[in-house]
Design a protein around this ligand. Structure first.
Ligand code: CP
Ligand code: NVA
Length: 324
């Protein structure tokens, strides 16, 4: 094996991937939120000077792509965006070969993939950390930055209750894990056949048993939102499910979040959505601009949280990184 191969094997033993919210302990999640708040106030040292991040995206993106790129710039490093057509993950070249090639150029890979299995393959063969920038299973960067937004607005996480209305999708999965990890109660109202994934629920229940959070599943939006602190929804048709869009519009038609549903939550409840939103589908027209909506703060906080995350995962000098 070449010297570079030996170094790569060593790096594989010490690198830290972030593919799921459950890759973090509660303490680490809290530390990231605190670090993100420090960085948001303007204290961003050049911890990643000379480092590079590949943005390997199979699906479109506005927030994730731009916030990772700007995060790297503000930390003194830079990002390289690779579009689906350029790379052809698993088509032009095998995912394992791509992981090994990129590992020779960059210090980290943020990947957005259709299948979560593609991320696992990238992580298995990469010598540098792989970050989940959204897969069909999870959107952990979104969920962590949502915790940051809730913490900023409410001053705490433990003891609050978040209600998710709609599809038990990638965003719901990561939010369930993030809430139960941090002691926040999680309600979800989904139609039959579109519930949260069983393995995610089981993991969330383990977290909840140790954090004291409560997880409640229902098919009734009104029941889920009653007296909660945060009402959250996401699109009914996620990227990659476009062929099901018509059917999903019918199945989810009574799951729209509007002013009336929001009024059943606490008077000072936050309304959240990861964006992009489909006005007139999962939200009533105008809801994003209601006084309770914090959706644009959510979008901004992607940048701050990801700066803290990148500093933790890619920097050898800061914040303490545990091997994995
Ligand atoms: N919320 C989110 O991930 O947005 P993008 O798909 O635009 O990155
Ligand atoms: N559930 C959505 C989230 C987009 C940020 C999707 O996967 O398309």
């Amino acid at each position: 094996m070449s010297l570079d191969g030996v170094i790569c094997c060593f790096l594989k033993m010490t690198r830290r991937h972030f593919l799921s919210v459950s890759d973090l302990s509660r303490e680490e999640a809290e530390q990231l939120i605190k670090q993100a708040l420090v960085m948001k106030r303007g204290d961003t040292p050049h911890l990643l000077s000379g480092k590079a991040l590949a943005l390997l995206f199979e699906k479109p993106s506005l927030r994730t792509r731009v916030s990772f790129d700007i995060a790297m710039q503000q930390l003194g490093g830079h990002a390289v965006y690779l579009s689906p057509d350029e790379v052809g993950l698993g088509k032009r070249e095998s995912t394992s070969d791509i992981a090994q090639v990129l590992s020779r150029y960059v210090d980290g890979i943020a990947a957005r993939t259709f299948s979560h299995q593609t991320l696992l393959t990238l992580a298995e063969h990469s010598c540098v950390p792989v970050i989940n920038a959204l897969s069909d299973l999870e959107h952990p960067c979104q969920a962590l930055s949502d915790l940051l937004t809730i913490f900023e607005k409410k001053g705490k996480l433990a003891g609050l209750t978040l209600a998710f209305i709609g599809d038990g999708n990638n965003v719901a999965n990561s939010l369930l894990l993030a809430a139960s990890l941090s002691g926040m109660n999680f309600h979800i109202a989904s139609p039959s056949g579109y519930e949260i994934k069983k393995e995610i629920l089981a993991r969330g229940q383990e977290f909840a048993a140790s954090s004291g959070a409560e997880i409640r599943l229902t098919s009734e939006p009104c029941e889920a939102v009653k007296d909660v602190d945060v009402v959250y929804t996401d699109v009914w048709t996620s990227m990659g499910q476009e062929a099901e869009a018509e059917r999903r519009r019918l199945v989810f038609s009574s799951y729209q979040v509007d002013e009336k549903l929001l009024s059943l939550a606490k008077r000072d409840a936050l309304f959240m959505h990861p964006l992009p939103a489909h006005h007139g589908e999962e939200i009533s027209p105008g809801l994003l601009d209601s006084p309770q909506s914090v959706v644009f703060d959510q979008a901004e906080n992607r940048l701050h949280l990801q700066k803290a995350l990148l500093a933790k995962i890619l920097s050898s000098t800061s914040l303490g990184v545990a091997g994995k």
